[in-house]
Design a protein around this ligand. Structure first.
Ligand SMILES: NC(=O)c1ccc[n+]([C@@H]2O[C@H](COP(=O)([O-])OP(=O)(O)OC[C@H]3O[C@@H](n4cnc5c(N)ncnc54)[C@H](O)[C@@H]3O)[C@@H](O)[C@H]2O)c1
Length: 332
């Protein structure tokens, strides 16, 4: 299969490109390099630098590349930024997303897998969270992801687009080649590892939640497991389905607390990691855990790497090989 991967120079996208190439597929990456890294794209994949919201560029690219399917990983994905600048999120995630869907229609590309998020659930009342839980995002990031999921549903009914939206929980870990590097970094594991490198304490937001150790619990999924799920989801879009727009949660179905993450990171790096306790953040639920049963029964996917040691261990190995510990930037 020939696949267009938007955001293929980013964290999740680059690992998915690796997986697709390994499985013998041809890959075209479309990335504007706004948060991604050119070095993350392997030379066997072709890289087009530009935005999926640029109708002319995407139209020409799809005309030329003749892809069978699209894996749409690119997005704006910072919760805080989305609250400060919602226009950017509606413009890029929603309006840009529609440009991509319309270009796909124009080029007769009928299969798409979309990187959605647990943020579509907001502060859910149930745990673990099934796909049928009410969608009640509490920030523009989650809302704009929900909007594109909605568009996929109606494009499926009206135009025959077959899509799978995958609602990721917290992605973690690395492969030998690719890992997580964002600027700014808002995710816990890379920030804990950065604290181990610099000795600067990491702030834990709240230690008085109704959880066993008082810190928030999140469902972490290894980025390589996510890449496996992308491949299965892309395969699933090949067959006509009664439900043209499927939606699945991706998580391990269990969670780790912030303190467990720090303790595991300490054992991985072999030294104490300094922490300070800050106030709770607005909109941070105590527990966010996926019910991943649908992905298992309908896609045949389950997490093959559910251990926190493996997620943090692989992230640490990748950092040591690729980042300058003094600056946190890529070496070379
Ligand atoms: N990382 C997580 O824990 C997590 C959790 C839930 C959902 N997601 C979703 O997964 C996807 C990937 O996340 P990530 O952590 O890899 O982010 P990332 O920032 O590392 O990757 C996004 C990539 O998209 C590119 N990009 C952004 N806007 C673009 C545009 N308009 N045109 C072309 N390229 C553009 C960036 O340059 C970057 O390479 C996002 O859609 C995000 O919302 C991620």
């Amino acid at each position: 299969m020939r696949v267009l991967v938007t955001g293929g120079a980013g964290y999740v996208g680059s690992v998915s490109v690796e997986r697709l190439v390994e499985a013998g597929h041809e890959v075209v990456v479309l990335d504007d390099l706004s948060t991604g890294h050119r070095e993350a794209v392997p030379s066997v994949a072709s890289l087009e630098v530009g935005s999926y919201g640029d109708a002319d560029l995407v139209g020409r690219l799809l005309e030329r590349a003749r892809v069978d399917a699209i894996l749409h990983c690119a997005a704006r994905s910072l919760v805080g930024e989305s609250v400060r600048d919602p226009a950017r999120y509606y413009r890029d995630n929603v309006a840009g997303g529609i440009v991509l869907l319309d270009a796909a229609r124009q080029a007769d590309v009928e299969r798409l897998v979309f990187s959605s998020t647990a943020a579509v659930y907001g502060e859910p009342a149930t745990s673990p969270i099934p796909e049928t839980a009410p969608l009640a995002p509490i920030n523009p990031y989650g809302e704009t992801k929900r909007d594109l999921e909605g568009a996929l549903r109606f494009y499926g009914q009206a135009y025959g687009l077959r899509s799978v939206s995958l609602r990721y929980f917290n992605v973690a870990g690395a492969t030998d080649r690719n890992g997580e590097l964002h600027e700014p970094e808002t995710h816990l594991i890379p920030n804990v590892l950065r604290a181990a490198e610099t000795g600067q304490p990491i702030t834990l937001y709240g230690d008085d939640y109704p959880t066993p150790d008082g810190t928030c619990i999140r469902d972490y999924i290894h980025v390589a497991d996510l890449a496996d799920a992308h491949l299965l989801a892309l395969m699933a879009t090949a067959a006509p389905d009664d439900e043209p727009a499927a939606v699945f949660n991706l998580g391990i179905g269990g969670g780790f607390s912030v303190r467990e993450v720090v303790a595991t990171a300490e054992s991985v790096v072999g030294r104490p990691i300094p922490t300070t306790i800050g106030p709770r953040r607005v909109g941070d639920p105590a527990v966010l855990v996926a019910a991943p049963g649908q992905a298992q029964s309908r896609l045949g996917w389950s997490a093959a790497r559910p251990s926190l040691e493996e997620m943090i261990g692989s992230a640490w190995d990748w950092r040591r090989r690729n980042l300058d510990p003094a600056t946190g930037r890529r070496l070379g």
